[in-house]
Write a protein that binds this ligand. Structure first.
Ligand SMILES: NC(=O)c1ccc[n+]([C@@H]2O[C@H](COP(=O)([O-])OP(=O)(O)OC[C@H]3O[C@@H](n4cnc5c(N)ncnc54)[C@H](OP(=O)(O)O)[C@@H]3O)[C@@H](O)[C@H]2O)c1
Length: 256
């Protein structure tokens, strides 16, 4: 079974392995890392308002803005509160630090009970109408919340914890596949080493990390993992996982 190497997100076709940046800080070294990564084929960058206290977004803006056509930059807001004033402040802050007029993909980081989800999505839909957010996503949600949100605004992506070591969101992946929503697993590399993983990695002349990513890419064509790294060597290795073809027996041995 050959997995698709690219996928479509926010109107662009990019490599299916992206970059998570929750440890990224705004340094010259990290600007170089981001530019080298894009040169090496990175097309999907994941950040959030709160990562490294805004320093992650600032680094991405400084290194890559104005964003070239071949990359999609996603960010998030509303982690601790969905209070409308705070959400507006966070979205404005993200636009400023990313040095962009439009956020390609903006996720609600967590659904919080201090505001109804419909009202929060209504606020975000306002930014979409103004052209300041192009596409909307949700993070760490169940099917019911996705359905509630989709009644207000189209949902392009869902970002939930998922990987070989954490399978609690199978139902959400199936729902996303049915409805053409991209599923972005976070913590895609979590979990201990197993005998199967090591053996399969050896067979493919790959690393166990690459096999974890390859397994995710085989799970469904709508899955696009965002492994976090501050190392260009690891990033290249992660992008190369799109080349690995696992057999049905290997997928079964890894847990289906
Ligand atoms: N939506 C949410 O609520 C949420 C929550 C958590 C995270 N996230 C997002 O998901 C992204 C991924 O999560 P994460 O970064 O915490 O966990 P992760 O991707 O599962 O693992 C990151 C760890 O793996 C290492 N690593 C990466 N590539 C490697 C490779 N090829 N070989 C060996 N080690 C490798 C990294 O170290 P090196 O730097 O040494 O490579 C780092 O220690 C985050 O960056 C963030 O963007 C979202």
């Amino acid at each position: 079974m050959v997995p698709m190497r690219t996928f479509e997100i926010a109107g662009r076709t990019v490599a299916r392995v992206g970059l998570g940046t929750n440890r990224l800080t705004d340094t010259i070294l990290n600007h170089d890392l981001l530019r080298d990564a894009v040169e090496d084929g990175l097309g999907f960058v994941d950040t959030a308002h709160l990562y490294s206290d805004g320093s992650s977004e600032a680094a991405i803006g400084a290194a890559l803005a104005p964003f070239p056509e071949e990359i999609v930059v996603a960010t998030k807001g509303g982690y601790r509160t969905n209070a409308p004033d705070r959400l507006r402040e966070e979205i404005e802050g993200s636009l400023e630090r990313l040095r962009t007029a439009t956020i390609d993909l903006w996720y609600l980081h967590r659904v919080q009970d201090d505001a109804p989800l419909e009202a929060t999505m209504g606020l975000v839909a306002g930014y979409v109408e103004q052209g300041r957010i192009a596409h909307v996503g949700l993070s760490e949600v169940g099917v019911e919340e996705i359905e509630t949100a989709r009644k207000v605004v189209p949902i392009a992506a869902v970002q939930n914890e998922y990987g070989l070591g954490e399978r609690k969101h199978e139902e959400v992946i199936d729902y996303c596949e049915t409805h053409g929503i991209v599923f972005v697993p976070f913590f895609p590399l979590a979990g201990g080493e197993t005998g199967e993983l090591t053996e399969i990695a050896g067979r493919h002349d790959a690393t166990p990390t690459q096999i974890r990513l390859a397994w995710l890419l085989h799970r469904s064509p709508i899955v696009a993992p965002i492994p976090g790294t501050l190392s260009i060597e690891h990033l290249r290795e992660n992008l190369a996982a799109t080349e690995i073809e696992l057999s049905p027996e290997e997928i079964e041995a890894l847990g289906g």
